[in-house]
Design a protein around this ligand. Structure first.
Ligand SMILES: [Zn+2]
Length: 137
């Protein structure tokens, strides 16, 4: 399976995501670092480089996610998969308030928040500032 993602596919994935990280929702225009194209199911777990397995992703989320696809949570005996931007609706799994913190509605969101570290203090502050400026919806 090829890791190469053609530029036309990269552009399609970015536009489909409205140029926002599909996990933490930060706009690419407000990120200091260039965004990545994430393999939702990593190649090593059998994922493909087709658009339906790709997500637009900030560098922080992508580096924290790595090739992981699931994690263990307290009180769960089996791994809980991460949020899949292609098959899950963000608002069904997460909510955000004016503080900038992201809260889980589901165990899938809880697993995703944990491993991608969506509520790192710097991320919360950045989202809070964007919310105040009306740049984060
Ligand atoms: Zn992100």
């Amino acid at each position: 399976m090829s890791r190469y993602i053609p530029e036309t596919v990269r552009l399609f994935v970015a536009e489909r995501a409205n140029y926002r990280c599909e996990y933490c929702r930060i706009p690419a225009a407000d990120s200091f670092f260039p965004f990545h194209i994430d393999h939702i199911v990593s190649l090593k777990h059998g994922g493909s480089t087709e658009a339906d397995n790709l997500a637009y992703c900030c560098q922080i989320c992508n580096l924290n996610k790595g090739t992981d696809i699931a994690t263990y949570l307290q009180n769960h005996s089996t791994p809980i998969r991460f949020f899949n931007p292609r098959t899950d609706a963000w608002a069904d799994h997460f909510e955000i308030d004016e503080t900038g913190a992201i809260y889980p509605r589901t165990s899938i969101a809880e697993a995703t928040i944990k491993i991608l570290d969506l509520n790192h203090p710097e991320n919360i502050i950045e989202r809070r500032e964007l919310i105040k400026e009306g740049l984060f919806s």
